[in-house]
Design a protein around this ligand. Structure first.
Ligand code: HEC
Ligand SMILES: [Cu+2]
Length: 484
């Protein structure tokens, strides 16, 4: 009897031990994602918002080919307001990429020949320098390929990281890449792709016409539009996302910024689960989740009653005055036990009429006195302007970047004509030019500088890097300005 007991105990102990051991092994295997075996090659399915590609399910890790095309194109910000968007795949946010952990992603970035500017991509899902930015810098009419292994599951932002970075992001160059865990995320009934972004235009919010990007407002973080999916009304009315009563809905929510943090909230719903910051941590029963610029979150919830549920940035003036408002329309049977109120649809009119602006007093024009500074002072101030404004493209020593930004150092084009150079800084420049024998056909945006700053920076440029030492006066700048 005693013997039997001992044998029995020993047997149980050994069972426990072996099961412990195999558990340990399994965990080790999962942790080392760098060694996940690749089986076969497939083309990635890419989707434009608000849609996402099919779930990975339990497919093995593969070599995943992603082909993304950069397109610069005019679009509608809101009724009557046009904007030139720079896009990954033709949409804002860019195409949704869906991978699984252990995939070897072979990424080809093509810059359409009609585009004006060089671009690149920094994917936050990449472990490697610049998130791929250094390996993907591509001039119009070219393409580049690099590859990376997805080591960490989660929802990640990607964005352009070409100088001036803020401007490329502000023009819509961001999107999401999902890295699903082994076996995929739990199944849900509906999945959607939403990304917030803030936009800065020369004209005031709602001012009609083709609106150029405004660098000064962007630096001040004074957004004219804060929107989901690139425009006012991308997710309202006929564009609303939909679900049926009883279904589970998962939203992949990103924030491209460039500046503002989103206080993401769905009016009349509670998130059952939030993958905080797009990672593994799951928070339950959440009303509003904070999504930083350059960050993301996965939220899911079950829809129990019919109605129109409003998606907002709960920094609420953004929702009702700047466009950060979307709709989820849920159809199906009422459930008076859960909610018995008077249902009303279409209370919010996000197109146009919710852009509420206060009457504005006309600003008085102040006529400033013109004071010329000493050359030394101009060089000092001019260098500051240069390092703040021009440096990102023309580089620290004025050497430029081949095929992208022309040199200012020993530039024959610059030295040949002072007024033409001033005009470029005042009004920007597009179209083909030849600098030191090399052709450039790109865009220099209009720089919003005061006449004094233009005089300073041009004097600095002309007195640096072997140029012809012209001293540019405020008077000359004013003369060039008024000749228009
Ligand atoms: C966003 C990038 C960018 C910024 C910022 C920028 N430039 Fe340019 N610049 C360009 C590009 C691109 C061209 C060529 C335009 C073309 O192809 O028509 C250019 C052309 C020029 C030229 C004429 C060509 C040459 O090399 O002589 C001058 C002069 C110039 N820029 C000066 C400036 C100064 C001064 C500043 C700062 C106040 C500045 N740029 C800021 C991109 C930029
Ligand atoms: Cu770009």
């Amino acid at each position: 009897m005693k013997l039997l007991k001992t044998v029995c105990l020993l047997f149980i102990a050994s069972l426990l031990l072996t099961s412990c051991k195999s558990e340990e092994k399994k965990e080790l295997a999962i942790v080392d994602n760098a060694n996940i075996y690749i089986k076969g090659t497939m083309d990635a399915e890419l989707t434009s918002p608000p849609f996402v590609p099919a779930p990975v399910g339990n497919r093995p890790a593969k070599k995943l080919l992603v082909n993304m095309e950069i397109l610069e194109k005019e679009g509608t910000m809101t009724d009557g307001v046009q904007y030139v968007y720079w896009t990954f795949g033709g949409s804002v946010p860019g195409s949704f990429i869906r991978t699984r952990v252990g995939d070897l992603v072979e990424f080809t970035l093509s810059n359409h020949p009609d585009n004006k500017l060089p671009h690149n991509i920094d994917l936050h899902a990449v472990t490697g320098p610049g998130g791929g930015a250094e390996s993907s810098f591509v001039a119009p009419g070219h393409k580049k390929t690099f590859s990376f292994k997805t080591l960490n599951p989660g929802l990640y932002v990607y964005h352009c990281a070409t100088a001036p970075v803020g401007m490329h992001i502000a023009n819509g160059m961001y999107g999401l890449i999902l890295v699903e865990p082994e076996g995929g995320l739990p199944k849900v009934d509906k999945e959607y792709y939403i990304m917030q972004g803030d936009f800065y235009t020369k004209g005031a919010t709602g001012e009609r016409g083709l609106q150029p990007f405004d660098m000064t407002k962007a630096v001040k973080e004074d957004a004219d539009y804060v929107v989901f999916n690139g425009k006012v009304g991308a997710l309202t009315g006929d564009n609303a996302i939909t679900a049926n009563v009883g279904e589970t809905v998962r939203l992949y929510v990103g924030n491209g910024g460039p500046n503002l943090t989103s206080s993401f909230h769905v009016i009349g719903e509670i998130f059952d689960n939030v993958h905080v910051e797009g990672g593994d941590l799951i928070n339950k029963n959440v009303q509003t989740t904070s999504i930083p610029a350059g960050g993301a979150a996965i939220v899911d919830f079950k829809v129990d009653v019919p109605g129109t549920f409003i998606l907002v940035d709960h920094a609420i003036f953004r929702a009702f005055n700047k466009g950060a408002l979307g709709m989820l329309k849920v159809t199906g049977e009422e459930n008076k036990k859960l909610y018995s109120g008077i249902k009303q649809e279409g209370i919010y009119h996000p197109e146009g009429s919710t852009i509420q602006t206060m009457p504005e007093e006309k600003k008085k024009k102040v006529v400033a006195k013109v004071v010329e500074k000493t050359l030394a002072q101009k060089l000092k101030d001019g260098k500051q302007v240069y390092m703040k404004t021009c440096f990102a493209c023309h580089q620290a020593e004025g050497q430029g970047i081949p095929n992208a930004f022309p040199p200012l150092a020993k530039s024959d084009y610059l030295n040949a004509d002072v007024k033409r150079a001033i005009d470029i800084v005042l009004n920007g420049k597009t179209g083909e030019i030849k600098v030191n024998g090399k052709k450039y056909n790109s865009v220099m945006t209009r720089q919003s500088l005061t006449d004094e700053e233009v005089a300073d920076v041009m004097t600095y440029v002309y007195n640096s890097w072997g140029n012809n030492k012209t001293n540019v006066s405020i008077k000359t700048v004013k003369a060039v300005k008024s000749s228009h």
